[in-house]
Design a protein. Structure first.
Length: 278
């Protein structure tokens, strides 16, 4: 790992300068959503329920009896997590022509207890080798692991969150196969270490640092296309607009903090590389 971190401020300033003319930025890259191929029942759940499983740190979840059906059992003392199950009411209605039509309507939700894979013991389950291989090849993955962060994937879907960094600081989840989302969450982790933790929710300062930092980081490690400046501008602008300030001004206010997060990632990577070489 070359000593690139000293140039973070230069690259950051150059990116902010490009943000002054957003019309010249390339169109955002298409997001490639992860579709897990391990045939777990929870892959068919709503995005909200899949996200509940992911943020609790589980790679998949099932009900108590569902685990027994595949030769696994819930470990003693484990506490369930709860998902929402739709309540569908079926009805018959008479049409104008006198015929009877059947239909259904959503009338509410009920909760259902499920347990994560990691809460169970028993027979091994099929794994998604493709998803595992993609996660294993993430650049700078070793940095997150050295900080005690678990990296996992979940089924992504249009309209849902593309990734997350847990407030507990122990987990990054990815719902897309895009390096800018990975870099965004990794910068969140670095920023949290620098400032003593992040606040819950998507706050303007945290999100601007993460997305601007992702663009800087990927540019520095030789991934300028993955830096996705078109998406980065749109993302940062959406948060900066909440402040009533110009997007570029918000970026400049947070540039020093952003570069410190990028510096921490790259210096950690260099330290790890040096220790491995020795």
């Amino acid at each position: 790992m070359a000593k690139l971190y000293g140039h973070a401020s230069d690259v950051g300033a150059a990116i902010v300068e490009r943000f002054k003319n957003p019309a010249s930025l390339p169109a955002p890259l298409a997001k490639v959503f992860i579709r897990r191929k391990d045939h777990a029942p929870c892959r068919n759940w709503s995005y909200g329920n899949q996200f509940i499983v992911a943020v609790h740190g589980y790679s998949e979840a099932r009900g108590y009896r569902q685990w027994e059906e595949v030769g696994r059992h819930v470990k003693k003392g484990e506490k369930a997590i709860y998902i929402l199950v739709p309540i569908i009411k079926r009805f018959e209605a008479e049409g104008d022509d006198g015929t009877t039509e059947e239909g259904s309507a959503l009338v509410g939700f009920k909760s259902a207890a499920v347990f994560g894979l990691e809460q169970t013991d028993g027979a091994p389950l099929p794994v998604d080798e493709e998803a595992i291989a993609w996660l294993a090849g993430l650049p700078l993955r070793e940095v997150a692991e050295s900080w005690g962060i678990e990296i996992q994937s979940y089924d992504g879907t249009e309209g849902g969150r593309l990734g997350f960094y847990s407030c507990a600081g122990d987990r990054i989840g990815l719902g897309v196969r895009n390096l800018d989302v990975w870099a965004h969450e990794l910068v969140h982790a670095a920023d949290a270490r620098n400032i003593g933790g992040l606040k819950s929710g998507q706050r303007v300062d945290q999100e601007v640092v993460a997305q601007l930092g992702a663009a800087i980081l990927l540019t520095l490690i030789g991934q300028p296309v993955a830096a996705d400046l078109g998406h980065s501008w749109a993302y940062v602008e959406s948060y900066a607009s909440k402040t009533g300030k110009a997007t570029v001004d918000v970026c400049l206010e947070l540039l020093n903090r952003t570069c410190k997060a990028v510096d921490l990632i790259l210096t950690t990577a260099e330290t790890l590389a040096t220790s491995t070489a020795c």
